[in-house]
Design a binder for this molecule. Structure first.
Ligand SMILES: *[C@@H]1O[C@H](CO)[C@@H](O)[C@H](O)[C@H]1NC(C)=O
Ligand SMILES: *[C@@H]1O[C@H](CO)[C@@H](O)[C@H](O)[C@H]1NC(C)=O
Ligand SMILES: *[C@@H]1O[C@H](CO)[C@@H](O)[C@H](O)[C@H]1NC(C)=O
Ligand SMILES: *[C@@H]1O[C@H](CO)[C@@H](O)[C@H](O)[C@H]1NC(C)=O
Ligand SMILES: *[C@@H]1O[C@H](CO)[C@@H](O)[C@H](O)[C@H]1NC(C)=O
Ligand SMILES: *[C@@H]1O[C@H](CO)[C@@H](O)[C@H](O)[C@H]1NC(C)=O
Ligand SMILES: *[C@@H]1O[C@H](CO)[C@@H](O)[C@H](O)[C@H]1NC(C)=O
Length: 680
């Protein structure tokens, strides 16, 4: 039974949902219904109570105004109350007398709290009476009757025995023979016929025996040390209900409890005269739940069978299981709902009907991606942007991926989103980051991309820490690659796809410094709203087409403008919005570039760029100028931009062929590779 009870209580601690807490309270609470159950951390069971309708009679009134319970009848601080034991612990003062002069027959004394006629007794079994000091007789009196006492001697020099216990040297202890409701404690030296001066502290203390450290076990303090510091100590009181009180015994759960009279028992066992007659006559009844029950015997129903507790436990376990099953079902339903809302069915249909190649776009499940990104751990964040957060992850097969968690999706745009996911998953261009798939079971769609290891062009240009110079040739190659990819997507794909957020930060570099346009087209599908609201124009300041900014009409030429800014970034090595050029605070890099282009272009070019061929630089600078034309119609289409850049590269290679005839073989393979790109 005990084991079951333990299990039961363990379950109570483990189960923490609000419903269960209510159940637990209704079972274990022992206060009067509707009354405060505790004060601070201390439970206040009936017949005790906080507030006039909550206690049985004023003996049991508890004041909790400072969040510490005080027994109002004696103004004693309550440390705890036990229904099972019929006891309570209170904090009681000790008698201390230091540097006193003692006269014959006039020992120093102190009266305890006087609980005569109350239902409370100083417990005989759980307290111990202790005396402290050198040459001290500590005594306990009940009016004129000596009840008990002990003597502590002085300590011989070098004697360390006081540290082991409380057995006569500077510390003594003894038991009370009876439970008392009041007593006098006294201290004084032994055998003196003339006034005796002392220079130590003598003490007489009634204290909870188990509060003191025993002789066994490891204690940091000895009983002597603890008692000599203490001004107040815990004392155990036995309590019950006076049989002549107003208590309606019908309120007592007598079917499941056993009651007995408790008293000081002095009158029975010892014939001591001159006791206060009221104390002798007092009868206090104490009840406890019968074996196998627990609760409060002073309430009805009060004592609960532990077996019913066991059944309750089984019920709880059952309820818990049910709760888990329901939660799992709910989770599955929710995933299904998200999948449908996120256009999962549409996507499945599109992938199987219009495109034969289904396995290229993969539907990932949410668990897989959760595991891959370590529950979307913040340490895995690669970047954060307007459209969402990108996490680095590793699939079970070891493939490194980048997972983009979109911002919440607007339901109206789902079809568009699905279209683009479907289209993007078909794109297999060497200079576009590959979309591996997506996950639609989550509240917001997750997009899964291949992982590009070497950061973005922006980082490479502006946060450059490597020694490797970023040569004109590398810049030209990156520009040509990005232009090629954009051109392909503007015209070669079955539906034109606009990037809408071309910037160096969206151009990723692989380990061979090949460019990969990232975030392609999906930005539009995820949260873009191009039809009505001008304030919702998307893009990055510094790269944004001014015409689009005014009309909120995005065209292929808007991408061309942004690409023009990237070209200028490559040429000058400066950020599109620079905080360092103080005199040009309000002007963007594009404006500065255009104003310097005709007269002092070389002042603004990056030192690495100037090392390149002048005529090439001029072609690219003029191309940038055309891309940055304020009128979109006058900007070249992306296809033309790509052709110009590829043309420079091709002529470079031809001239190389002429210059280095020995390297013909090497260059031929390069040209073939180059043609491969063009064919693709
Ligand atoms: C409870 O204690 C507080 C502070 O000690 C005191 O102000 C208040 O009067 C007490 N309440 C009662 C009912 O005695
Ligand atoms: C008792 O007297 C001694 C010296 O005689 C002094 O050091 C000590 O502080 C005194 N104790 C108290 C409690 O007055
Ligand atoms: C304690 O001693 C004082 C003085 O001798 C006496 O008046 C009082 O009644 C005593 N109380 C008890 C409980 O012995
Ligand atoms: C008591 O404590 C001491 C040191 O703190 C340690 O060495 C010793 O093993 C302990 N004894 C027991 C019984 O724990
Ligand atoms: C307890 O006290 C009541 C009232 O004085 C008395 O009627 C009853 O017999 C007593 N019970 C026991 C077990 O002594
Ligand atoms: C009890 O006290 C009375 C006076 O209060 C006294 O006369 C009587 O002798 C005392 N009885 C004993 C046995 O001491
Ligand atoms: C880029 O890749 C090269 C070689 O793969 C490596 O040495 C370099 O540290 C990488 N740079 C960055 C910025 O990751």
């Amino acid at each position: 039974m005990c084991v079951l009870l333990l299990l039961f209580q363990l379950m109570m601690i483990l189960l923490s949902s609000p419903i269960n807490v209510v159940l637990v309270e209704s079972v274990l609470t022992t206060a009067k219904p509707g009354c405060p159950t505790s004060c601070g951390q201390i439970a206040i069971p009936f017949p005790f109570g906080i507030g006039s309708n909550c206690y049985l009679d004023p003996w049991y009134a508890v004041n909790c105004s400072s969040n510490k319970p005080f027994l109002l009848s004696f103004n004693l601080e309550v440390l705890d109350i036990s229904i099972e034991e019929g006891t309570m612990r209170v904090s009681h003062s000790v008698l201390t007398a230091c540097n006193k002069t003692y006269y014959d027959g006039e020992d120093i004394y102190m009266e305890s709290v006087n609980m005569e006629n109350s239902p409370f007794f100083f417990s005989q079994t759980m307290n111990i009476f202790s005396g402290l000091g050198c040459d001290n007789v500590a005594s306990l009196f009940y009016y004129d009757s000596f009840i008990t006492g002990c003597y502590s001697s002085c300590q011989a020099s070098g004697d360390k025995r006081e540290t082991i216990g409380c057995y006569g040297i500077k510390c003594c202890q003894t038991r009370m023979p009876y439970s008392l409701q009041v007593f006098n404690a006294s201290v004084g030296p032994v055998n003196y016929d003339k006034p005796k001066e002392t220079t130590d502290c003598k003490k007489a203390i009634l204290v909870q025996e188990s509060w003191l450290p025993g002789l066994t076990g490891n204690h940091t303090e000895t009983a002597y040390a603890m008692l000599s510091h203490a001004e107040r100590v815990p004392v155990v009181l036995d309590w019950g209900i006076r049989s002549d009180s107003s208590f309606n015994w019908d309120m007592n759960d007598r079917h499941h409890s056993d009651c007995a009279n408790i008293s000081s028992s002095m009158d029975d066992r010892f014939a001591i005269d001159n006791m206060s007659s009221s104390t002798i006559g007092i009868q206090v009844r104490q009840c406890m739940c019968s074996r196998g029950f627990e609760g409060n015997p002073y309430l009805n129903p009060g004592c609960q069978g532990i077996c019913s507790g066991f059944i309750f436990l089984l019920l709880l376990i059952g309820a818990w299981r049910l709760h888990i099953i329901m939660k799992r079902r709910k989770d599955i339903k929710l995933k299904d709902k998200y999948f449908k809302r996120n256009g999962g069915l549409l996507l499945q249909q599109q992938l199987t009907s219009s495109y034969g190649n289904v396995d290229r776009s993969k539907l990932f499940n949410s668990k897989e991606l959760d595991k891959a990104t370590d529950h979307f751990n913040v340490n895995r964040i690669l970047g954060q942007g307007g459209q969402g957060t990108v996490y680095k992850g590793m699939l079970a097969n070891g493939k490194i991926i980048a997972v983009k968690k979109s911002k919440a999706i607007d339901e109206g745009k789902i079809e568009e989103f699905i279209n683009e996911v479907a289209i993007l998953s078909q794109i297999n261009h060497r200079n576009v980051v590959k979309l591996l798939g997506c996950c639609l079971e989550t509240e917001v769609p997750l997009l899964v991309y291949e992982f590009i290891p070497n950061g973005s062009l922006f980082q490479y240009l502006h946060d450059q820490t490597e020694d490797l110079p970023f040569t004109w040739e590398m810049r030209l190659q990156i520009a040509a690659e990005v232009a090629g990819a954009l051109s392909y997507l503007h015209s070669a794909a079955s539906l034109p796809i606009y990037h809408r957020d071309i910037k160096s930060a969206n151009i990723l570099l692989d380990e061979k410094y090949r460019a990969k346009a990232a975030d392609f087209g999906t930005s539009r599908s995820i949260s873009f709203d191009q039809t009505h609201v001008t304030t919702k124009v998307q893009g990055t300041f510094g790269y944004l087409d001014p015409e689009y900014f005014q009309s909120s009409q995005f065209t292929d030429k808007s991408d061309v403008y942004s690409f023009g800014v990237v070209l200028v970034e490559l040429l000058t090595g400066q950020k599109p919005i620079s905080s360092s050029t103080t005199q040009d605070m309000c002007r963007s890099l594009a404006t500065i570039f255009l104003s310097m282009l005709d007269n002092n272009l070389f002042d603004i070019l990056d030192p690495e760029v100037i090392k390149g061929k002048n005529e090439e630089i001029m072609i690219v600078a003029n191309l940038a100028k055309r891309c940055l034309n304020l009128n979109g119609k006058n900007r070249p289409p992306m296809k033309e931009v790509a052709m110009v850049l590829e043309g420079i590269q091709a002529s470079k290679k031809e001239s190389n062929v002429q210059q280095n005839r020995e390297e013909v073989e090497y260059v031929r393979t390069e040209v073939i590779e180059h043609w491969d790109i063009l064919i693709k």
